[in-house]
Design a protein around this ligand. Structure first.
Ligand code: HEM
Length: 425
């Protein structure tokens, strides 16, 4: 509809200038503040996580606010093209993680800009980019596409089907993985767009999931969507001995993977509405911890010892037999430990059928935990731990594993190398 009879008169540019002049004259303090140079802002600490080195960044790095995980299927049949892609990804990641986004949009209007430009002026926001190799890089449908089949480590075993798994093929697997993490959601999206652009014709997107963490105060454990502190008991990333014991691949692994790790990633949908209808006492028995303090049941403080032998007045275990904390504890798993680095995810709402009575089918939250863990060997880490949990954990009433991936995470590249160079030799 045209606005030729619009009774609201639009201000002209002249009106604006006149008004601006009047406002400036009436508010001398404000106008002089514009005219004078501002005192320099305090220099903020550099927000750069080192890219080159021994271990890839994004594993032991203190968790960031946002993530974008993406799994790719390789399209090419040529080994050189896989190498070229890894080199291009490495170079781009080194630039993006190492310096604040630059104004590198090519000024020539006849060129396609090298960069979308959406992070111009933003900080790198502690961006890390972590790369992984799925089983399909080594062998797919019985075909050794890139002459790497002999190099596949035994620990990169296909995950078994776990009790209750409802894996969606479009959210499972992948030949390669790239994960960007940063304190800025736009920075992580930008980073993945660059990776997708560089993969054009060589690899295609298989699945992806974004995620976030809460803005907790430094030193405090964040809460997950269920309201519980999540991450209390975890491998201490600042303890090299613990990291060597549980996370980094050592001499037992192939030389190309030494100082790397294995990563399991699983979007786990949580029936949030169902959970929110549960009594506090039941929620706490399910987890095995108090909700507000994070302390083990019967204890006062978050970091009090989880005493699996403690009993109540009736002689029943204080930490219920089927509680999550008990089943996940090292003492219940022959000492197994994994480094968890999980984000929450939220894909809005979807039509979903709940797994438990009353088997509600409704439009509900498509949200949950982007569970992620690193370990030295998945067979003695995630697989060992989850086989029992998948059957007995009370938390399963509220959680459904809808996707899955297992990736070998090579060590970091040394300056000038590309990620995974030691695999390709
Ligand atoms: C939506 C799914 C999940 C939720 C909401 C969840 C939540 C929690 C919470 C609240 C804790 C207690 C606080 C803490 O120690 O961090 C915990 C501990 C833990 N969870 Fe989970 N978790 C989930 C899935 C898993 C899965 C799939 C695994 C691995 C197979 C796992 C492994 C662990 C481990 C190892 C601990 C620490 C136990 C200990 O050392 O005592 N969690 N989780």
């Amino acid at each position: 509809m045209t606005n030729s009879h619009d009774p609201v008169k639009k201000p002209t540019r002249r009106h604006f200038l006149t008004r601006a002049a009047l406002v400036a004259a009436a508010t001398p303090l404000a106008s002089s503040a514009f005219a004078k140079p501002q005192p320099a802002a305090a220099v903020s600490p550099p927000q750069i996580e080192p890219f080159w080195g021994k271990h890839q960044a994004g594993i032991a790095t203190p968790i960031q606010r946002s993530t974008y995980f993406m799994a790719f299927d390789l399209l090419t049949t040529k080994r050189e093209e896989v190498i070229a892609l890894l080199r291009a990804w490495t170079d781009a990641a080194a630039v993006m993680t190492g310096s604040p986004a630059r104004e590198d949009v090519h000024p020539n209007p006849d060129n396609v800009p090298a960069d979308a430009g959406d992070t111009i002026g933003l900080s790198t926001a502690r961006l890390t980019m972590t790369f992984g190799f799925g089983p399909g890089l080594f062998e797919k449908d019985g075909v050794d596409r890139y002459g790497l089949a002999q190099q596949r480590p035994a620990a990169l075993a296909d995950l078994p089907r776990f009790n209750g798994d409802q894996l969606i093929p479009e959210r499972t697997g992948g030949d390669l993985s790239v994960q960007a993490c940063a304190d800025d959601a736009q920075v992580v999206e930008h980073a993945l767009r660059r990776m997708v652009g560089l993969a054009n014709g060589i690899a295609k997107i298989r699945w992806a999931q974004t995620g976030y963490t809460a803005a907790t105060k430094a030193g405090e454990t964040g809460r997950n969507q269920m309201g519980f502190k999540d991450g209390t008991m975890n491998v201490a990333t600042n303890d090299p001995a613990a990291m060597n014991q549980f996370v980094w691949v050592g001499a037992e692994g192939p030389a190309w993977l030494r100082d790397g790790s294995y990563m399991v990633i699983r979007p786990i949908r949580i029936a949030l509405e169902h959970w929110d209808r549960m009594k506090l006492g039941f929620q706490e028995e399910t987890v095995g911890r108090h909700k507000y303090s994070g302390a083990p049941l019967g204890k006062q403080h978050e970091f009090d010892t989880l005493d699996l032998d403690a009993t109540d007045a009736d002689g029943n275990p204080r930490i219920p037999e089927n509680s999550h904390a008990r089943l996940a504890a090292p003492a219940s798993n022959d000492g197994a430990q994994i480094l968890r680095r999980a984000f929450a995810y939220d894909n809005g709402v979807a039509q979903i059928a709940e797994r438990w009575p009353p088997w509600r089918q409704a439009m509900t939250f498509d949200a949950g935990l982007l569970f992620q863990c690193y370990q030295r060997d998945p067979r003695t880490g995630f697989i060992k731990m989850f086989e029992k949990m998948a059957k007995f954990d009370m938390l399963n009433q509220f959680t459904t594993h809808v996707g899955s991936g297992l990736f070998a995470i090579p060590p970091a590249a040394k300056a000038g190398e590309y990620i995974g160079q030691r695999l390709f030799g």
